[in-house]
Design a protein around this ligand. Structure first.
Ligand code: SF4
Ligand code: SF4
Length: 451
């Protein structure tokens, strides 16, 4: 329950306000401006990292009310953290933005139908794997029953805004079963056993990209790790934190901490960049929770992105070939939030037959940013256009490590009429390991796990 304190010296009167230790280290140098996608698009100081930090500080010190002058810049931020990669003072802009959003969420709750819908998804659907699976089944029914074809043929989809129409077209085929329904509770290591890890199945990854979760477990087992998939885990809470619903996010974090710390594992593996960044920040989220602070830090230390873990584990490179030319998109929450850039590239280039062609400015946000492409299509659309213009002509696939980017770039592929595939780094590795065993390896990803 959020509590409002009667402190007239600040606009931030609810729990968990922006941390003065974080905004006070900004030296206003402006080195972050050119790295910021919203500043690049709009050229306005208030829509830059420096401007946002200044506004947050002003509201915190009671010089600015909690109104649109603050709310719009705070919510127009992509939370991409490109600014953090270049800031010489180490300003944690993303955390400040998330804390400020928490104040707005508490002070000005969304009303009407949109408020109801927001609370339904943030508090009822995403925290419940069962409800999410039900929603996915409805989506699959829509895709496969002929309803989607009917909706397109009758033109009823024209009632939707253009960006939602594109998303409807570009949505991947929803698998019949989620990864949690397919994966065993424990997948044993193959060959020489090196240890045991726990897999975070996530929310969107679980229902939309189940094949990639299965591929992740298979690659880990192939490299000597027992993989446990703990019951009771829930979505990481990143979407809630990005939206300002910190109370729900913290409740989900506590649940995951209890579930994963009960496992005897060397590492907690995640293959979604946005979720990985959130899981690594549980210690920060729960820093004022005396009962969970230490446990949260212990949990966060165990979290590893799959590419980070495989690179550190010095795994055996695959011997099977994947004859493709690919380009790599750096998901913001992998490169900027977690500093993981080299590892996915090393894994990809370890695959015989694979050629990696770098795209220019590969660390620039694609516009996905959680639900940003839904809430701010006017900013997400041009960012996606820029991303697609940067894809090298010879690339047969665009590879990345985050489901939000995969969905957004699928929209981009549809928009430009490209034949490029959109793949996760692990999809490629899994294909290569399976190819070495003589399994048929199609460039069409879906057959890799079904055969
Ligand atoms: S956020 Fe960092 S880079 Fe940007 S103005 Fe402040 S100190 Fe400089
Ligand atoms: S997180 Fe991204 S969009 Fe937000 S201020 Fe930093 S660079 Fe700009």
């Amino acid at each position: 329950m959020q509590t409002a304190e009667k402190d007239p010296t600040t606009a931030f009167r609810w729990d968990d306000p922006p941390d003065p230790d974080k905004y006070s280290v900004c030296v206003h140098c402006g080195l972050c401006l050119e790295a910021c996608p919203t500043y690049q698009e709009l050229g306005i100081e208030n829509q830059s990292p420096r401007g946002r930090v200044y506004l947050i500080r002003a509201a915190s010190e009671g010089r600015l009310p909690l109104d649109e002058a603050l709310i719009d810049p705070v919510f127009r931020c992509l939370d991409c953290r490109a600014c953090e990669s270049v800031c010489p003072s180490g300003v944690r802009v993303g955390t400040l933005i998330e804390q400020a959003r928490g104040q707005v969420f508490a002070a000005r709750p969304a009303r009407g139908f949109s408020g109801w819908l927001q609370r339904l998804f943030l508090r009822r659907i995403f925290p419940s794997p069962k409800r999410l699976r039900t929603l996915a089944r409805l989506g699959r029914f829509y895709q496969r029953s002929g309803l989607a074809g009917l909706a397109r043929a009758t033109g009823v989809l024209r009632l939707l805004p253009a960006h939602l129409r594109e998303m409807e077209h570009a949505l991947p085929e929803i698998p019949a079963r989620s990864s949690r329904e397919v994966l065993p509770a424990r997948m044993p290591a193959r060959g020489c056993r090196k240890g045991q890890v726990a897999l975070v199945t996530g929310c969107i990854m679980d229902v939309m990209f189940a094949e990639t979760n299965v591929a992740t477990a298979r690659v880990l087992a192939r490299n000597g790790f027992d993989v446990v998939v703990p019951e009771g885990q829930v979505c990481c809470g990143a979407l809630q934190v990005h939206s300002g619903d910190r109370q729900t996010a913290k409740a989900m974090a506590r649940r995951n901490i209890d579930v994963f710390l009960a496992q005897d594992v060397d590492a907690v593996i995640i293959n979604a960049a946005g979720c990985g960044a959130a899981l690594k920040e549980y210690g920060e989220w729960l820093r004022t929770d005396a009962a969970y602070r230490a446990k949260a830090e212990q949990f966060s230390r165990k979290v590893k992105d799959i590419s980070e873990f495989l690179a550190e584990a010095d795994v055996e490179p695959p011997k099977g070939r994947v004859d493709m030319t690919v380009t790599y998109h750096d998901a913001c929450h992998l490169c900027h939030a977690q500093g993981i850039r080299r590892q996915p590239r090393e894994l990809l280039t370890s695959v015989p037959g694979l050629r990696l062609v770098e795209m220019p400015d590969s660390e620039r946000c694609c516009g996905s940013a959680g639900v940003y492409n839904l809430t701010h299509p006017e900013m997400a659309g041009p960012l996606l256009d820029r991303k697609m213009a940067d894809v090298p002509d010879e690339a047969q696939a665009i590879v990345m490590g985050n489901p939000g980017c995969m969905m957004q770039i699928r929209v981009g592929v549809y928009r430009v009429g490209s034949t490029c595939e959109v793949m996760h780094t692990v999809d490629i590795l899994d294909a290569a390991y399976r190819a070495e065993e003589g399994n048929r390896c199609s460039r069409r990803g879906k057959s890799w796990w079904r055969n």
